[in-house]
Design a protein around this ligand. Structure first.
Ligand code: SF4
Length: 417
């Protein structure tokens, strides 16, 4: 069988798609080549916003057009909420029926079980799933309904997977999950225990102790779970990158209460200041939602001034959209007009760009270590065309350099231009 996997959404979905692709390849099925029509297309969907739902539907239409006759299987968060995971049409042939049943067994469906996943698609980076589900039930969010309650495997299983990824050549591991700071709920361990264990991966080859050169990034951690102890650990660790991604969602305490978030903006500010105190060069990305119900003009002004005043490096902006089955819809709140939601989103996008450029400027001329990636890009500058490649420094500054295939997946010390 020739298959294709189309992945939408977050790094967790990428890790899970990769795990599924690996199982199918191990069973003798083949991934479709570029432009080849597949027998089966698996679409791993996302439902984080209304726009994500729209993208899922558009992807299904496009895939149907591009793969006439293919069986299309939907999985992931959007499919879970539709409670309609397998979209098979009536013209299934018997062999396809058997394959679909086989694939259906491989697709994560039990929302109490932890399904291991790590992506192996990129030669440089590996996304390691360390946790799934969420117990927080923020009033705007559908993810706990799609992914179930918070759960995780034992640390030893994850260190085994990380070691395998490093032995296969990965140089950077990104820890992914839905609410990864909540790690340990099902095993009695803690997130900090996990970080400590992942910071000391080594193995023997014969009598030789191998201590690999690698980096770890924490994809995202709720501010109430990102303790000072964790921040201090990252600052003094061997392998953790000075790179944080923290969801703020709103800079107004009133709105945070409506959202049922578990922190105040003062706590968020303390976390950011603590990071900058112990790692002044750290990159801090922040998730910001705009236009949620109850976000009055006064709240918005308060929110904007708060986030503008913080030494963060980039904002990931999400525009609120009404989601069925969320508690926010049952609350009697001011509804922000759609045009105003869009305006607030544009304001934060512009602020994000300013902050990113400022962060880059602050680090110009410094020496950093870049991990070069495999993509070759043709670039024309001042009338000269050349092939270039990209990589990221430990504090997530994107740098480019002349393409050199021998540098792919290698660390190099560079001066940031
Ligand atoms: S922490 Fe809140 S926003 Fe994040 S997945 Fe859980 S319920 Fe959704």
């Amino acid at each position: 069988m020739i298959f294709k996997i189309i992945t939408l959404g977050c790094k967790l979905n990428f890790a899970e798609s990769s795990a599924l692709g690996k199982v199918l390849s191990d069973k003798g099925h083949r991934r479709a080549k570029n432009g080849e029509i597949a027998d089966v297309v698996i679409v791993n969907t996302c439902t984080v916003t209304d726009t994500a739902d729209k993208k899922d539907r558009q992807a299904i239409h496009r895939i149907k057009r591009e793969n006439p006759g293919a069986q299309i299987i939907m999985t992931g968060c959007y499919a879970a909420l539709l409670k309609d995971k397998v979209h098979a049409n009536e013209t299934l042939t018997a062999p396809h029926q058997a394959i679909l049943q086989e694939i259906d067994k491989l697709i994560p469906k039990n929302r109490e079980k932890f399904y291991h996943a790590y992506s192996r698609d990129d030669r440089t980076r590996c996304f390691l799933k360390v946790q799934d589900g969420c117990n927080y039930f923020c009033t705007y969010c559908t993810i706990p309904m799609a992914r179930g309650r918070s759960r995780n495997p034992h640390i030893c299983e994850l260190t085994d997977q990380a070691q395998k990824a490093l032995q296969e050549g990965a140089k950077e591991i990104v820890l992914t999950g839905v609410n990864i700071g909540d790690f340990g709920r099902s095993t009695g361990e803690t997130f900090l225990d996990l970080l400590r264990a992942l910071d000391t991966i080594c193995w023997y080859e014969g009598a030789q102790l191998v201590q690999p050169d690698y980096r770890i990034r924490i994809s995202s951690c709720e501010p109430n779970l990102l303790s000072d102890e964790i921040i201090d650990f990252v600052a003094h660790s061997h392998h953790f990158a000075p790179h944080f991604h923290i969801p703020l969602q709103s800079g107004s305490n009133e709105v945070l209460k409506i959202m049922h978030r578990r922190y105040t903006r003062e706590l968020f500010q303390e976390r950011v200041e603590h990071i900058k105190r112990v790692m002044p060069h750290a990159f801090i990305g922040v998730d910001c939602m705009v236009g949620v119900r109850g976000e009055t003009q006064e709240d918005w002004d308060d929110y904007y001034h708060f986030i503008a005043s913080l030494p963060v490096s980039q904002l990931h902006v999400f525009t609120y959209s009404e989601r069925a089955h969320t508690r926010m819809l049952d609350m009697d709140l001011y509804v922000v007009p759609l045009a105003e939601r869009e305006r607030r989103s544009q304001v934060l996008h512009a602020l994000s760009e300013q902050k990113l450029q400022q962060f880059y400027r602050e680090h110009q001329g410094e020496t950093a270590t870049v991990l070069w990636e495999s993509k070759k890009v043709r670039s024309t500058e001042n009338g000269t065309t050349r092939d270039i490649m990209y990589g990221f420094t430990e504090n997530y500054i994107k740098v480019s350099g002349p393409y050199d295939k021998f540098k792919i997946n290698h660390f190099e010390s560079v001066t940031i231009a």
